[in-house]
Ligand binder design. Structure first.
Ligand SMILES: [Zn+2]
Ligand SMILES: [Zn+2]
Length: 273
């Protein structure tokens, strides 16, 4: 009898997937990769001019980090207490911007030359959120991934924000497992493969895609809360980016809206959807 006979049905030969719980962002690479992906998708895309604009904006998120002072984390004991009680250590809901956060935002506004636009305009709000993304990614990168604990399937273990989307990754040690990407700090966390990221339901989950488009981006819908969050299959297309390809597949959101589904993923570049 060979050893193979002892394997249970469905066992994968070779190294089993052992996904890390969380992967912290590299704040430079995060925004540089987004800028490159936006630029790569823009030509011949129906949203071409907008994707080009976002390539410039995410490029600015990358570029302004040169010689910015290191961000300050909340006090060490406060981080410890939060982790102990299952709370996000850099919670966005209680965060108060310090001077470095303000400097980060000002640099972004200056670089984008949007300082003069009305503060309530979409462009100003996007720039503000983009500045916060940079600051939170830089703070998150100073934590230890091994300290982080799950908060909820659909909540970032660093800052408590909702995900942009989720991704089925092709990483060698986590092949075919699912990770959410935080809409604010860019941290990725391992999520239950088929469960609503908005209400945690594991019943009534379905997947939808646009008929004549590649099925590498789908909407994971939930009958219980009538919401959906996109799921991207990097296992099939490694170039997919959780934030960029969310914007680039706006057609899927329009289809879902027509059918009465509520968008659950948070994306500062899709305000109003
Ligand atoms: Zn986060
Ligand atoms: Zn749900």
């Amino acid at each position: 009898m060979s050893d193979i006979g002892a394997l249970k049905p469905g066992t994968i030969l070779g190294e089993a997937a052992k996904p890390p719980f969380a992967v912290l962002p590299d704040p430079c690479l995060l925004f540089l990769n987004r800028a490159r992906r936006f630029a790569a998708l823009a030509p011949n895309h129906e949203l071409g001019p907008y994707l080009t604009f976002l390539s410039v904006l995410t490029g600015a998120q990358y570029a302004i980090q040169t010689d910015l002072p290191a961000p300050a984390l909340p006090p060490f004991d406060r981080i410890g207490q939060a982790l102990e009680h299952g709370m996000p250590p850099i919670s966005r809901t209680v965060y108060e911007p310090d001077q470095t956060a303000v400097d980060t935002l000002e640099r972004l506004l200056t670089r984008l030359e949007v300082a003069e636009v009305p503060p309530e305009s979409t462009a100003a709000i996007q720039a503000l959120l983009a500045g916060l993304q940079v600051h939170f990614a830089r703070m998150a990168s100073l934590l230890q991934a091994s300290d982080l604990r799950p908060i909820a399937n659909g909540a970032c273990p660093v800052c408590g924000s909702l995900p942009v989307s989720s991704v089925v990754v092709g990483w060698p040690k986590a092949y075919n497992t699912r990770f959410c990407t935080c809409s604010l700090c860019g941290t990725m966390w391992n999520a239950v493969r088929i469960a609503c990221l908005l209400c945690d339901s594991t019943d009534g989950i379905s997947f939808r895609s646009v008929e004549d488009k590649p099925d590498t981006v789908k909407a994971e819908t939930c009958d219980k809360c009538r919401g959906y969050v996109k799921i991207l299959y990097q296992v099939k297309d490694p170039a997919l980016d959780p934030l960029v390809d969310d914007v680039a597949t706006l057609g899927l959101d329009m289809l879902m809206a027509e059918e009465g589904w509520k968008r659950g993923g948070q994306n500062p570049f899709l305000l109003g959807y």
